[in-house]
Design a binder for this molecule. Structure first.
Ligand SMILES: Nc1ncnc2c1ncn2[C@@H]1O[C@H](COP(=O)(O)OP(=O)(O)OP(=O)(O)O)[C@@H](O)[C@H]1O
Length: 250
């Protein structure tokens, strides 16, 4: 395994020496990130299993999005490594971003937007199979009724559902939500996470959910990771006690 100082192989398929089971989909080993002289986090080690719903908690600026960007291979960590099992190429990752408005004049319909994730750059049209999958995911996310509405004209909740549908269309084994429920009203937050949970139960996908929302964490998560100055905390959702909650609110 890589040490904290060197990281020759970052997204390796090596079997790490931590607690592995046949359900393990990802291992994070002694992960660290610095920007210049500033250490964002260090020594972060955990495993993620199929069917696990991991909430990542912690105060603003503690490094949650930085961790996600490393998992998505948008950033290279400065120490440690992330491994996917059985291999990176065999794990499809879906990503749902934080809510952001789209321009009122955004030209694509909900259906076209969701279908963007299907294009393989070789053919600009969808195959029969792809159209079936597209229609299925629109049904599953309750978007069929507005499939032909331009994205710029839908509500905030519907827009987030469209991002979720886009992330689900390739049937990811790992779904990452980075504060995707922030800015949604209470009903819509639960509606969005009900859809995530439904997908997860059908497929045994793993979910990583970055959030500041403790009621959502308690309702949907199986496990939590609290990033904080000093040692981070990991546990099952039943272990999310008052001390941990206070720290997460900090
Ligand atoms: N590309 C970058 N260059 C330099 N510093 C960065 C960069 N990206 C993030 N940082 C810094 O790293 C720290 C962690 O940022 P990050 O966005 O990961 O925090 P966060 O926990 O997701 O915060 P929030 O809850 O507010 O979204 C912050 O101090 C941020 O300014």
């Amino acid at each position: 395994m890589a040490s904290n100082e060197t990281h020759q192989t970052i997204y390796s398929n090596d079997q790490p020496d931590s607690q592995l089971t046949e359900d393990t989909i990802m291992t994070v080993d002694k992960l660290g990130m610095k920007f210049g002289q500033k250490t964002v986090f260090q020594g972060l080690t955990f495993t993620l299993k199929r069917g696990e719903f991991l909430s990542v908690l912690g105060e603003n600026g503690i490094g949650k999005t930085t961790l996600i960007r490393i998992l998505l291979q948008q950033l290279r960590p400065t120490a440690g490594e992330v491994s996917f099992l059985p291999s990176r190429s065999q794990v499809t990752i879906g990503y749902v971003p934080q809510f952001r408005n789209v321009d009122n004049e955004y030209p694509l319909t909900v259906r076209d937007f969701v279908g963007l994730a299907l294009h393989d750059h070789l053919t600009p049209w969808w195959s029969k199979h792809e159209k079936q999958r597209l229609n299925q995911v629109l049904r599953e996310t309750d978007l069929t009724r507005i499939a032909h509405t331009p994205l710029g004209r839908v509500s905030g909740g519907e827009l987030q559902k469209a991002y979720l549908a886009q992330a689900l269309i390739r049937q990811p084994q790992l779904l990452i939500l980075d504060e995707s429920t922030a800015s949604l009203d209470n009903n819509m937050k639960f509606e969005l996470l009900d859809l995530v949970k439904q997908y997860q139960q059908q497929t045994q996908a793993a979910v990583i959910f970055v959030t500041h929302d403790l009621p959502l964490t308690k309702k949907y998560s199986t496990n939590f990771l609290l990033m904080q100055p000093g040692p981070y905390q990991l546990g099952t959702i039943d272990e999310l006690n008052e001390t941990v909650l206070e720290a997460a609110h900090a």
